[in-house]
Design a protein around this ligand. Structure first.
Ligand code: F6P
Length: 198
């Protein structure tokens, strides 16, 4: 690829409530963020967009897709957000109060911690690598591709291109009003973080 646009879905009901996981819809603000993204990318050529299988990812990609003349959108489960197992749908406060041992273990070593019945960054890595491989294969020699991912997923993808230290990966800031543009060729690696809202 020449250009990878890495976008996080817009704000969701769960984001607003501070709950993790699930499959909630975007909030009115989230839909506005998606529209702003669509406007921002109007006039760019993005022939391939990859989403997760979650509603928030589809809903964010829709206005971008609308602004393109030729654009294939593919949902890959490899880009679904980290599965928090027994902690899905909880707020961090709830985890701290009801499962304090789990909360503390994750704080001690966030990268290697694996949620009971779910995943951790360490187990997410092979899945995201697989997704990236598929996306790169499916987009062939295309000039640009976009991934509309999630917080933990986008951290993993960024670290893949930027070679971050593993212990820093779970703390990379992934805002919902900015996206990452990565240009990667044999000769150069350019990395920009771009705000798309007013
Ligand atoms: O809060 C949104 C979210 O995408 C959750 O679904 C997910 O569990 C979390 O972010 C991952 O971030 P962290 O690893 O910092 O908890």
């Amino acid at each position: 690829i020449r250009n990878l646009y890495l976008v996080r879905h817009g704000q969701t009901l769960y984001n607003q409530e501070g709950r993790i996981g699930g499959d909630s819809d975007l909030t009115p603000e989230g839909f506005e963020q998606a529209e702003a993204l669509g406007r921002h990318f109007h006039g760019f050529s993005i022939p391939y967009v990859f989403t997760s299988t979650r509603k928030r990812s589809h809903q964010t990609a829709a206005p971008i897709r609308k602004g393109q003349t030729r654009c294939t959108v593919t949902a890959l489960p490899d880009f679904d957000e980290i599965n928090a197992g027994v902690c899905e749908h909880m707020r961090y406060e709830d985890i701290k109060n009801t499962l304090p041992e789990e909360y503390r273990s994750r704080q001690r070593d966030k990268y290697n911690y694996v949620y009971p019945g779910g995943e951790g960054y360490v187990t997410l890595k092979p899945r995201v690598d697989r997704g990236l491989k598929k996306a790169l294969f499916l987009s062939g020699n295309a000039e640009a591709l976009m991934i509309v991912g999630h917080q933990a997923i986008n951290r993993m993808i960024l670290s893949h291109f930027l070679f971050r230290r593993t212990e820093d990966v779970p703390y990379i800031y992934i805002p919902q009003d900015q996206y990452f543009h990565i240009t990667s060729t044999q000769k150069k690696k350019l990395f920009e973080q771009i705000r798309f809202t007013g």
